[in-house]
Design a binder for this molecule. Structure first.
Ligand code: S3P
Length: 169
């Protein structure tokens, strides 16, 4: 399968960890979009949001998604907001199969309990912020996914198994 494997889902749903393991096991190149942008800009995502604004970050995501319109067998972990742009979704779909790692606000809040790197969740009432943003985005995640995996009760190994099963690998 030369299609890219594209992981989408909310912050803290495990896209990066799953992507790294898929890359190792399937011997395919791994690209984490946030990481790629941070390295290129020499700034963290939080710094980009602070200094250049969210719109500038979204433009960086958009440019990167254009490159992923070609099927090159890569494993791609997207940022949680990538699906807000129809153009991004179209490009990612052209080049790959889209896997949505679906989870609950409770589990995500738990996963991110010590996290300070997500500007959209900064401050108090993290679980509430997650629930609000999730309600806005859930329909989008579901509608653009080729495969949806509920990871709320799964560990990394369990998630990988479900992915292999769904992809017939
Ligand atoms: C965002 C998710 C983050 C990062 C940025 C915005 C979002 O990526 O791109 O903080 O809008 O959901 P992760 O999903 O990898 O945390």
């Amino acid at each position: 399968m030369n299609k890219n494997i594209v992981l989408i889902g909310f912050m803290g749903s495990g896209k990066t960890s799953v992507g790294k393991r898929l890359s190792m096991n399937l011997k395919r190149e791994f690209i984490d979009m946030d990481d790629f942008i941070e390295k290129r800009e020499g700034m963290t995502v939080t710094e980009i949001f602070e200094k250049k604004g969210e719109a500038a970050f979204r433009e960086m995501e958009r440019e990167l998604c254009q490159r992923f319109a070609l099927p090159k067998g890569k494993i791609i972990a997207t940022g949680g907001g990538v699906i807000k742009s129809k153009e991004n979704v179209e490009n990612l779909k052209k080049g790959g199969v889209i896997i949505y790692l679906s989870s609950t606000p409770k589990k995500i809040a738990y996963n991110l309990r010590y996290d300070t790197t997500r500007p959209l969740l900064a401050g108090d009432n993290k679980e509430e912020k997650i629930a609000r943003l999730m309600a806005e985005r859930e329909g989008l995640y579901k509608s653009c996914a080729d495969i949806t995996i509920d990871v709320s009760e799964l560990n990394l190994e369990g998630t990988l198994k479900e992915i292999y099963k769904a992809l017939d690998l």
